[in-house]
Structure formats: C-alpha cells, structure tokens
Write a protein that binds this ligand. Structure first.
Ligand code: IPE
Ligand code: IPE
Ligand code: MG
Length: 245
C-alpha cells in the first residue's frame, strides 16, 4: 500500500494489538523472550513515529489478563522487560511532552513495576503532546464488568438512577475515559481477532490487519495502516448520501 497519507485526517486514537513476537522468534530459532525484546524495540520505533506524525493518542496492547496463564518464565521475562522499558523511556517520554497512562488491572503487576508506572504517570500528567497508553493486565470483558459493578454500586448508593445510565456516563467508568474515541485498531501477525481488547471502544473503530509480525512492524507499516484508514468510508449506520462531504 502506498496511498499518500493525509495529515489533516489523522485518526484521533490508534490502538495496536502487538502480536507475533513468539512466532518471529521461532522463525529465527530464538527463544520467545528474544521475540519480546525485539518487540520492545518496535514499541520505541512506532511511538517515536506516531509522535512525529502528530497522532493524538496511541494505545498498545502489551499484556492481556489471559496472558497471565502463560508459562511463569515467560510472564516473569515480560514483566522484567516492561520494567526496563519504563525506566529506559522515561526521559524520552517527558522530553517530548507525552502523557503516559495504562489501562488494565495494574494491581496484579509486580510491585516495582507498579511503582515505576505510578511515577511516570504522575511525572507526565500535565503533558499534552501525545497520549501514550499501555494496556497491561488488560481485558475488555473485565473492563466492562468493572464499569458495570461501579454503576451498580452507584445505583445502590443512591448516587445514580438506572435510567440516567447512558453511554456517556458509562464511558466515564471505563479505563479509557481520559482518551479520545478509538478510530483505528491495528493487529499484527496475521491473526484476525480482537482477543478481548477494547470491546466497547471498537464499536465503530476501523480495523486493519497486517501479516507483519510485531517485531518487524515499522514506520511505513504505521503509515500504510493510516492510509488504509483514510481510504475507508465511515458511515456509522447512515447511508452514503447522508454523510457530509
Ligand atoms: C504478542 O506476541 C505479545 C504478547 C501477547 C505478550 P505473542 O507472544 O502472542 O506472539 P505469538 O502470537 O505467540 O507469535
Ligand atoms: C493478544 O495477543 C494480547 C496482546 C497482544 C498483548 P495474544 O497472542 O495473547 O492473543 P491470542 O491468544 O492469539 O488470541
Ligand atoms: Mg500471540
């Protein structure tokens, strides 16, 4: 794909399911963790490019609730890698006016990683250049259940009437309440599924699937995905004639 990118029509929020680290490593006769290390280098490449493009928000799916079920050595390796990444990228994030956040059940993460995350969130909270969000111990169903529980508790406490629970109120209970609406979801590695990612937020996102494994994903792959997004007609249930030009 080489269609030109239109900088005036960037997606407000891009999310990526960074998949294929294990297969990338296997193809090279390397251990799975080597794939995750190469994946961390791709994260750096892609976030830098997203910032240069002027994207408003980027969310990366790094570890799902279901990924806790992987072998302990892989989970431990991933947690170490995430810890290193946060420490190594701290200055870069702060220097470039990036606001860092996470979505997911971070309380399940190892304590030192939780502390590093809390510190970077706090230090970058006033930044406005780009929202950079990592989904960690994240599940879409879990997020929806958590929001439903919070809404039910507010009803029981008499703070919310069930009839007043509309989409806007519910969205404020989701992990993503601080982020713009999701316009584009990309998944790498050729798998064509959502894997419990941003289930509510995907309702009208454009989906782009690419066979490229995450460690090989680079600047032009992001450009191509955005170009594909820009080539789509988003109708939101209307007929083409009803859409603004
Ligand atoms: C994505 O790559 C990273 C995580 C899920 C943590 P995988 O580890 O799922 O790689 P494949 O899908 O086995 O190739
Ligand atoms: C989704 O990838 C989770 C992340 C990329 C963090 P998985 O590799 O865990 O998803 P499945 O198992 O292929 O659905
Ligand atoms: Mg996978």
């Amino acid at each position: 794909m080489t269609a030109p990118r239109d900088p005036t029509a960037l997606p407000r929020h891009v999310a990526i399911i960074m998949d294929g680290n294990g297969r990338w490593a296997k193809q090279r006769g390397l251990p799975r963790l080597a794939g995750h290390e190469a994946g961390a280098r791709a994260v750096k490449r892609v976030t830098t490019h997203a910032r240069k493009l002027g994207l408003g928000a980027l969310t990366l799916y790094a570890f799902s609730e279901q990924n806790w079920g992987r072998p302990t050595a892989e989970v431990d390796g991933l947690m170490k890698l995430l810890g290193h990444y946060i420490v190594a990228e701290r200055a870069e994030i702060l220097d470039h006016d990036i606001r860092f956040s996470t979505i997911g059940d971070v309380e399940r993460l190892p304590r030192p990683l939780q502390d590093a995350i809390a510190d970077l969130k706090q230090a970058s909270s006033q930044n406005r250049g780009m929202d950079f969000c990592i989904a960690l111990s994240y599940g879409g169903r879990e997020e929806l259940l958590r929001a439903a529980r919070a809404a039910a508790a507010a009803c029981v406490a008499g703070e919310l009437s069930p009839d007043a629970l509309d989409e806007a109120t519910f969205e404020r209970l989701l992990y993503t309440s601080h982020l713009p609406p999701l316009d584009l979801l990309i998944r790498t590695s050729g798998e064509v599924r959502i894997s419990n990612f941003l289930l509510w937020q995907c309702a009208y996102a454009e989906l782009v699937f690419t066979p490229v494994c995450w460690p090989d994903f680079g600047e032009t792959d992001l450009d191509d995905a955005i170009a594909r997004f820009q080539g789509r007609e988003r109708r939101f249930g209307l007929t083409p004639d009803q859409l603004p030009n």
